[in-house]
Design a protein around this ligand. Structure first.
Ligand code: NCD
Length: 319
C-alpha cells in the first residue's frame, strides 16, 4: 500500500496515492464497523495519547473509539485541568509526554501550526485533529470517503463548500483534498467570511447561494464559527439564514441527487434548516460521523506501520 507519511499534519503534504491508500483501508474498516465484531489488532501493544487543547465532542470520541477498536492503549489527557493551565508551554508538555513513549499522538490546538511544531519534538507519529484555522486532515478524509461512497467516485464532481470559509480549517483541508483529486470546487459565502486571495486557490468564489449551488453534486455546509470572530462579520443570524442558510429552495438549485454534508456541530436554523439536515434522502451527516471512525482507524494503522518500519531500520526493538 502506497502510504509514505510519518505524520498526518495536513492534507497539503499528501499525494493522490496517500489519500487513496487511507480511503481504501478505511472502506474495509467501515465494513468491519457494521459487523458484530468490530475489533482488530493493528495497534495492539501501542499507546495512543489524545491531547485536545480545544473543545471537541465527535472528533475526540471518534479518535478514542478508533484506537480502541484497533487494540491500542488509549489515554485522553484532560487539557483543561493539566499543567498547561499552570503555565507549562506546549513544548514542555510534549517533551513530558514523549518520555512516556507514546506511539501515536493526536492533537487539537487553537493555534495554526502548533501541531507541526509539536511533531518536531517527539519520536512518535502525530495526527492533527484540527489546528486553528489551518488544517483538519481527518475531517477532509472522512468527507472524501463519504463522498466517494455516495457518488461512486472522488473526481470530476461539482462541489460547493458554503458559509464561514475564512474561519474554517475544515474548508481549507477539504478544498486542498478535493482539488488534488481533480474536482470542481466552489466556495460560497458572504465576502466578509471569504478569505482574501481565495480566488487564487484554483477554486471558484460566489457570494450568492443560487449561483454557487447550481448543478452541485455535493453541498457542504459549514458552521458559523462565532468563537473565532472578533467583530461583526454578519448583520444578524436571521439575515444570514435568509441569504446563506441551506433550505429546500436553495438546495433545489443543486442536482436532484446532490448530497448534503456538515462536519458538525450544527447550528440548526442558522447555516442549515433542520429538516434538510434530517432528510435521509439528501443528508449524509450521520454517515460522515460513521466514516470518521473508519478513516481514523485507517490513518493510525498506516502511520503505525511506517513507525514500525522506521524503528526496525534503526534497530530499535519495540512491541
Ligand atoms: C469542526 C472543527 O472542529 O473544526 N468540527 C469537527 O471537527 N467535527 C468544524 C466546526 O467546529 O465547525
Amino acid at each position: 500500500m502506497a502510504f509514505s507519511q510519518r505524520h498526518l499534519l495536513g492534507i497539503e503534504p499528501l499525494s493522490q496515492s496517500d489519500i487513496t491508500a487511507i480511503l481504501d483501508l478505511a472502506d474495509q474498516y467501515a465494513e468491519k464497523g457494521r459487523g458484530t465484531v468490530k475489533h482488530g489488532d493493528a495497534l495492539a501493544g501501542l499507546t495512543q495519547i489524545n491531547m485536545f487543547f480545544e473543545n471537541s465532542t465527535r472528533t475526540q470520541a471518534s479518535f478514542e473509539l478508533a484506537g480502541k477498536r484497533l487494540g491500542a492503549d488509549v489515554m485522553n489527557m484532560a487539557m483543561q485541568t493539566s499543567s498547561v493551565k499552570k503555565g507549562e508551554t506546549l513544548i514542555d508538555t510534549a517533551l513530558t509526554l514523549n518520555a512516556m513513549h507514546p506511539d501515536l499522538l493526536v492533537v487539537r490546538h487553537p493555534h495554526s501550526g502548533a501541531v507541526n511544531l509539536l511533531a518536531e519534538k517527539v519520536n512518535c507519529a502525530v495526527l492533527n485533529a484540527g489546528d486553528g484555522k489551518h488544517e483538519h486532515p481527518t475531517q477532509a478524509l472522512l468527507d472524501a470517503l463519504t463522498i466517494r461512497r455516495a457518488k461512486g467516485r472522488l473526481h470530476r464532481l461539482n462541489i460547493a463548500i458554503c458559509g464561514d470559509i475564512s474561519h474554517s480549517r475544515v474548508a481549507r483541508s477539504n478544498l486542498i483534498l478535493l482539488g488534488k483529486m481533480e474536482n470542481r470546487v466552489k466556495l460560497v459565502g458572504p465576502s466578509t467570511l471569504m478569505p482574501s486571495g481565495a480566488a487564487e486557490w484554483g477554486v471558484e468564489v460566489y457570494d450568492d447561494m443560487v449561483e454557487g449551488l447550481k448543478d452541485a453534486d455535493v453541498v457542504m455546509m459549514l458552521r458559523l464559527q462565532r468563537e473565532r470572530m472578533d467583530g461583526g462579520f454578519i448583520p444578524s443570524e436571521r439575515e444570514y439564514y435568509h441569504r446563506y442558510g441551506l433550505d429546500a429552495e436553495k438546495l433545489s438549485h443543486a442536482k436532484d441527487d446532490a448530497i448534503v454534508m456538515h462536519p458538525g456541530p450544527m447550528n440548526r436554523g442558522v447555516e442549515i434548516d433542520g429538516t434538510i439536515a434530517d432528510d435521509i434522502n439528501r443528508s449524509v451527516i450521520q454517515e460522515q460521523v460513521e466514516m470518521g471512525v473508519a478513516v481514523r482507524m485507517a490513518a493510525m494503522d498506516l502511520l503505525a506501520r511506517n513507525l514500525m518500519v522506521r524503528r526496525a531500520d534503526k534497530g530499535e526493538v519495540y512491541v
